[in-house]
Design a protein around this ligand. Sequence first.
Ligand code: NAD
Length: 369
Amino acid sequence: MTAAMKKIAVLPGDGIGAEIVAQALRVLRALAPLGLRIETIEAPVGGTAYELSGDPLPTATLDLARSADAILFGSVGGWQWDKLARDKRPEQAILGLRKALGLFANLRPAVIYDELAAASTLRPELVSGMDVLIIRELTGDIYFGQPRGLRTNASGEREGFDTMHYAESEIRRIARVGFEAARKRQRRLCSVDKANVLETSQLWRDVVTEVAADYTDVALSHMYVDNAAMQLLRNPRQFDVIVTGNMFGDILSDEASMLTGSIGMLPSASLDAHGKGLYEPIHGSAPDIAGRDIANPLATILSAAMLLRYSLGEEKFALSIERAVRRVLQQGLRTADIAQPGETSIGTCAMGDAVVAAVVAAAGERDDA
Ligand code: NAD
């Protein structure tokens, strides 16, 4: 029986968004003759959508995103929209999509490609082979807790306050995402909190430990966030999957991504409770290089691989894309952002060409190759 056709909403956005998403689409389409059944529908988002309709997240775009099985997102933003009222800014589109679609789990792999290890801020021997998946809760914690605000206290001094807050159900569902992801990898999950100081974190630790009873095949450990920040620099290879709250994840995922040395290489996924997700590179719209065919499309291409893995259940095709990316790097192909001094670089489209060629070759290989 042939698999049902899956619908992907394609939202290229602004700046380099259209250039990099075009390459990811070419790679996905190259898998069609090998059995991948997808239909792609494109819609405007961000500043591009604002110019067309006065709204960075038009209803038609949101409806398309709601009805799709997954969303491939480029990036939004640009200096020409920076002075708009906050609710009209391109960046509101991504926040609006997260909220409307209930995308509570942010997955960010930080993988070192040995060919690029010299670009890391750590010595190559420390990062070589690093492959960490950071899972950050995205819709709770101190960023959304109430009450919050600014006030003047009894002695006339201004003070600011925020509330760290997690409900048991919010912790339980992100913990499950962590355990499920670990099951697809090396079966090791490290939960990061600050349970020695924070009540919210003590609840976090208790609930994650309770959920572990359903995942006896996954080794669970707990780590305080200050130690985790230190361990990521000391020995990042000790980690497989890290699960943590919104604020700690915000900081640790940026730290981990820097260890890989290349913003143009890192994909991400934001998932809802049913595995539907929005997939995007972690970088922004890079207006400084837009329209020049020099942007690195690999983070977006790797985001498409995550889309196949987490929303479409197409592990085999996801692996084909990831192998293809490794292969083009092994061939010495580099866009300008990842080229070392003295190395020649190729453009966005040429990098897309190389991955398309490699993906077809990789798809023909055995799964355990
Ligand atoms: P940025 O990530 O766009 O760019 C930072 C630097 O990295 C720039 O020098 C850029 O040229 C380079 N760079 C980024 N991606 C690259 C790629 N694929 N290939 C080669 N070089 C790349 O961050 P910024 O300059 O701070 O922000 C630009 C705009 O992007 C802003 O409007 C910001 O709000 C927006 N932004 C959007 C998202 C998103 O859509 N999710 C995320 C971050 C920033």
